[in-house]
Write a protein that binds this ligand. Structure first.
Ligand SMILES: O=C(O)c1ccccc1NCC(=O)[C@H](O)[C@H](O)COP(=O)(O)O
Length: 227
């Protein structure tokens, strides 16, 4: 029986931060998580040394390393920086690899799932109990020029999440901006949202103003949950 309801605000992750100015903008505006991109082909890529410089003064915010099918040696170099609180796997990592990474690093792992169909959403079930967090991102069409495994600024059909039964933390991602994030939260009930392209002036160049606008838009939303 529902005895009471509480309202909360979705968690916000700002991904692909690559300068101190934009790290400060995200933290000051109230981001819950910040993401450092370690996939070399990304325009947002940072080295372990740069991530260390960007993350070392940050407290009270979860610092997430985004990797795509990274080797153990790459993972070790990233975690050796001492500035990573969570690993986000954005490639073809299966539940066994997620478990391996958790054991190897002692850190929570967020598994990103790329979505174009209902079947892609169902893949989440394989990660229940294996991952600590899930992220639903848009799958780029096969013919999209220059598409990467994530960070393409594309939305997916949010109604695919209708009826989602998921008893673990998850985030909505893909093409979210200050203009569409409130609607995305209203339609999906997402307990967390993640953005990269939507807070940039051009690919790879984050905008402090857009970061602040995104956080402000999320702060105006409320999730209602039965307790
Ligand atoms: O951002 C990238 O360049 C990237 C490249 C390869 C794999 C993942 C990548 N980004 C991961 C993220 O968490 C992004 O925030 C997410 O894909 C949403 O991106 P966007 O649609 O640009 O907001």
């Amino acid at each position: 029986m529902t005895r009471s309801r509480k309202t909360t605000q979705p968690l916000v992750k700002i991904c692909g931060l690559n300068t101190l100015t934009v790290v400060d903008a995200a933290v000051d505006a109230g981001a819950d998580m910040i993401g450092f991109m370690f996939y070399a082909r990304s325009r947002r890529a940072v080295t372990p040394d740069l991530a260390q410089a960007l993350g070392e003064e940050v407290t009270g915010v979860t610092r997430v390393a985004i990797v795509v099918d990274a080797t153990d040696a790459e993972i070790d170099a990233i975690t050796a920086t001492g500035v990573i609180d969570m690993i986000q796997v954005h490639g073809k990592e299966d539940p066994a690899r997620v478990a391996e990474l958790k054991a190897r690093t002692g850190l929570p792992v967020m598994k990103a799932l790329r979505v174009a169909t209902k079947e892609d959403i169902r893949e989440a079930e394989a990660f229940f109990g294996a991952a600590d967090h899930l992220l639903f991102d848009a799958k780029a069409p096969k013919d999209m020029k220059g598409a990467l495994p994530g960070g393409n600024g594309l939305t997916f059909d949010w109604t695919l999440l209708d009826g989602l039964k998921i008893d673990m933390p998850w985030m909505l991602s893909g093409g979210l901006t200050a203009d569409n994030v409130a609607e995305a939260i209203r339609l999906t009930g997402a307990p967390g949202v993640d953005t990269s392209s939507g807070v940039e002036d051009k690919p790879g160049v984050k905008s402090p103003e857009r970061i602040r606008a995104f956080l402000a838009a999320v702060k105006q939303t409320h999730l209602e949950t039965a307790t």
